[in-house]
Design a protein around this ligand. Structure first.
Ligand code: MG
Length: 358
């Protein structure tokens, strides 16, 4: 028997050996262009989790933004992924739904880490199939809604400067929720008369305060309000919703699919974010769950690079409103993906997420 015959014989047998998948995790520090202040926190940088999933000659890339508000950190997220490393190294990435369910079962919490892994898997799947993710989900990229650009809480002078810098965006999202709200909106209105959305980030403490502020904001050309009261105050939010005229959207009250049924009736819609849900697959389920309950859908993001924001953008044709500007708020984005032209989201055409390194 020649050596060639031996190789042929080996090829004909099923060989149990299989190349391991290679999983790389990294904590990436993203620097903010402006100090970022909302009703509950202030920061100059964010540490996000990157995951690279390498299998069968293709690498998928994902990102997750851990938030202290949800008791998550990048360090703990990376440690959690170590617990499933052996499983991921031998899993079949084509079984991505099963793989994610398994990981969700093995890791408590740490949704940002799960999000980074899920995005990396879906990027891998799209690249293997040779299609952009929006096409994998059967979506028309021209249905992507306009995105808002977010203005964090600041002095009136800096607020005016930020609003001027955001001149190309047709709709702005203004962070409120402190006792400077009137001054903030007055500063915005001294520069522009474009439509506004406001996000109180749980900042108003009573239902009466929320109604008073929202009725005033309606007169200032505000078209919706996000999370007026703390997340647990669902009955109080229903009381507020009966007394105001603009949609009330849940963000901090809506993290996972199981949160949505109890929000129907108290909120008009939900703000779905990949980092809260644990990735693209769960966010997709949340969008359809909200629809089944007759609710509107906003697709939002955290302070994230183009990796996670582009992943969300691929689902944005399913949303009524998009708030996908996290990558525009940072100074050192390592990738380029979704672009924004006068508020319009332009999805990349490349396979998977369609990212290129900057
Ligand atoms: Mg929000």
């Amino acid at each position: 028997m020649t050596r060639r015959d031996l190789f042929h014989l080996a090829g004909a047998c099923s060989i149990p050996w299989q190349a391991k998948n290679r999983i790389e995790t990294e904590v990436v520090r993203l620097r903010l262009r402006h100090t970022w202040t909302v009703a509950t926190s202030t920061s100059d940088y964010r540490d996000n989790i990157y995951v690279r999933f390498n299998a069968q000659g293709v690498a998928g890339l994902g990102e997750g933004a851990p938030l202290a508000r949800y008791r998550e950190s990048a360090r703990e997220g990376v440690q959690a992924l170590e617990k499933v490393r052996a499983y991921l190294e031998t899993c079949d990435p084509w079984q991505f739904t099963k793989v994610l369910a398994e990981v969700f079962g093995r890791i408590p919490g740490n949704y940002a880490a799960k999000c980074a892994l899920d995005i990396a898997l879906m990027d891998w799947v799209g690249k293997k199939l040779g299609v952009p993710l929006y096409r994998y989900f059967g979506l028309d990229p021209r249905d992507a809604p306009l995105t808002t650009f977010s203005i964090g809480i600041d002095t009136p002078e800096i607020t005016r400067q930020k609003v001027r810098e955001a001149a190309e965006f047709p709709v702005l999202k203004i962070k409120v929720g402190l006792d400077t709200d009137e001054a903030t909106i007055a500063a915005v209105r001294s520069v522009t008369d474009k439509p506004l959305r406001v996000d109180a980030n749980e900042g108003w403490k009573s239902r009466e305060e929320a109604v008073r502020k929202i009725l005033w904001l309606e007169k200032q050309g505000v078209e919706l309000v996000e999370q007026p009261l703390p997340a647990h105050m669902i009955e109080e939010t229903a009381w507020v919703r009966e007394r105001v005229n603009i949609p009330v959207i849940a963000d901090e009250a809506c993290l996972h699919p199981e949160d949505i049924p109890k929000l129907a009736g108290a909120f008009d819609g939900v703000n779905v974010k990949l980092a809260k849900a644990g990735g693209i697959q769960t966010a997709w389920r949340m969008i359809h769950m909200a629809r089944a309950l007759g609710m509107k859908v906003m697709l939002g993001c955290m302070i994230e690079s183009s990796v996670a924001v582009t992943a969300a953008a691929h689902l944005s044709p399913l949303a009524d409103w998009a708030d996908l500007d996290g990558n525009l708020l940072i100074a050192n984005d390592p990738y380029r993906g979704v672009r924004v032209e006068r508020g319009r989201l332009i999805l990349p055409e490349g396979p998977g997420l369609g990212l290129t390194a900057t």
